[in-house]
Design a protein around this ligand. Structure first.
Ligand SMILES: Cc1cc2nc3c(=O)[nH]c(=O)nc-3n(C[C@H](O)[C@H](O)[C@H](O)COP(=O)(O)OP(=O)(O)OC[C@H]3O[C@@H](n4cnc5c(N)ncnc54)[C@H](O)[C@@H]3O)c2cc1C
Length: 388
């Protein structure tokens, strides 16, 4: 394996959605690339087939990116309208696809479905390229050998907040997310609700099984989520209805409850010499605004575009060219990263605070969004497309 890594042009460490997408884009633009992908999973999809079912909100911008690489998940339900409100306080806003002249505001895809779809597409490409090596069963104590500065190392080994070591900005919100899905009746299809409650935000989202099911994400203090996890079904549903207090429809059953600790963990500098960090390895965010994966896919796409020409032709000083190009990439990603991270951190902090001026402020902010369409459209566009 050591020789294989040392003779590579690019190594991607981590084969979550961002690492896989980056590999596909790199090979799409340069089929002769000597690329190695280090995957913690097994070669077979068996474990992934029973893996992470959390519903991820994919923006229209990300859908376009995934469509272009033939990795879109067709069963993903569309969101046509989002209702954002705050329990017990004034202020609400409704965003709809028609206001911004799009087919949808976004889609919901299960984490495992997106990984499986990207793996499928990468396998299809693998059959057509000569120098791509996909190594499986890479565990955490894997030690990267010393490499020439001509080899670009892409860290896409993000993982979840609690699995990571602290980066430059590390903030534990003291919250976990409880995710799962509900069997429902009389609930509007293609509609999503984000409800800010005293404990944290709760999202009710479309589900791939159709209008009789909804995904949910419930963020609250860790102890509360631990308690919710172990509650019998009927009590859990009662608590959920009580926490939301909105006439959404009937919640009949709950399935597949799982919890995820939440925090912000980000690198200020995402490039160091010939190494670069993307996706959750560069920034791990609170899911309140549904932006982590969307931002990570933009990282991967921009990086693949930046690296496109570096290995496509001979160079007398590749190490220097690579370093310069990676610094360009860092600069290109600055604005989008900053805007997305700031917006997410602000939402995670402000909407869980009970400090009176903030309570008033967020009510006003939601009302302002409703009554100032240009502001609302600008926010919607940032969330849907970021800044590419
Ligand atoms: C509850 C919850 C809800 C979310 N909802 C949304 C949402 O609605 N919209 C959105 O855009 N984002 C959402 N996110 C964020 C999103 O899940 C992440 O941003 C996204 O998964 C990042 O992808 P990634 O490939 O960078 O990292 P990961 O998905 O973490 O994948 C990294 C991969 O690298 C592997 N790995 C780790 N260490 C190593 C190693 N040493 N060597 C090799 N491989 C390694 C890991 O096992 C994993 O397979 C949510 C997150 C949570 C927790």
């Amino acid at each position: 394996m050591k020789e294989c890594l040392q003779s590579a042009q690019i190594i991607i460490q981590g084969a979550g959605p961002v690492g896989l997408a980056c590999a596909i884009w790199l090979l799409q633009s340069n089929p002769d690339l000597e690329l190695v992908l280090l995957d913690k999973n097994t070669q077979s999809d068996d474990d992934l087939n029973h893996g992470d079912t959390r519903g991820i909100a994919i923006s229209e911008g990300s859908k376009q990116l995934l469509n272009n690489m033939h990795a879109w998940v067709d069963s993903a339900p569309a969101i046509h309208q989002v209702h954002v409100s705050h329990q017990g306080h004034f202020g609400r806003t409704v965003m709809s696809k028609d206001e911004i002249h799009q087919d949808a505001l976004g889609h919901i895809v299960r984490y495992r479905d997106i990984v499986l779809s990207l793996r499928k597409q990468l396998r299809t490409m693998q059959a057509k390229v000569k120098h791509f090596t996909w190594l499986f069963d890479i565990n955490n104590d894997f030690d990267m050998p010393s490499l020439s500065p001509e080899v670009c190392v892409i860290h896409a080994d993000g993982g979840l907040f609690h699995e990571q070591s602290a980066k430059d900005i590390h903030k534990d919100y003291g919250q976990s997310a409880l995710v799962g899905w509900l069997e429902v009746r009389d609930v509007k299809p293609h509609m999503a609700w984000e409800r800010f409650t005293q404990g944290g935000p709760i999202a009710i989202l479309p589900h791939h099984q159709g209008p009789q099911a909804k995904n949910f994400v419930w963020c609250a203090p860790v102890a509360k989520i631990d308690q919710l996890l172990s509650l019998p079904e009927d009590q859990f549903l009662k608590e959920l209805i009580q926490a939301i207090q909105l006439p959404i429809g009937k919640f009949l059953k709950v399935h597949d409850r799982r919890s995820y600790p939440l925090g912000l963990n980000m690198r200020k500098h995402i490039v160091q010499g010939h190494e670069v960090w993307i996706g959750n390895a560069a920034q791990t965010l609170h899911p309140v605004a549904g932006q982590g994966l969307n931002l990570g896919l933009r990282d991967a796409f921009t990086l693949a575009s930046c690296l496109h020409t570096i290995y496509a032709r001979p160079s007398s000083n590749r190490a220097q060219d690579l370093e310069a190009r990676l610094l360009q990439y860092q600069e290109q990603r600055k604005q989008d990263r900053q805007a997305t991270i700031r917006m997410t951190d602000l939402m995670a902090s402000v909407f869980t605070s009970n400090f009176f001026p903030l309570v008033i402020g967020r009510g006003l902010a939601l009302s302002a969004l409703q009554w100032l369409p240009p502001v609302k459209n600008k926010l919607a566009r940032q969330m849907m497309f970021g800044q590419r």
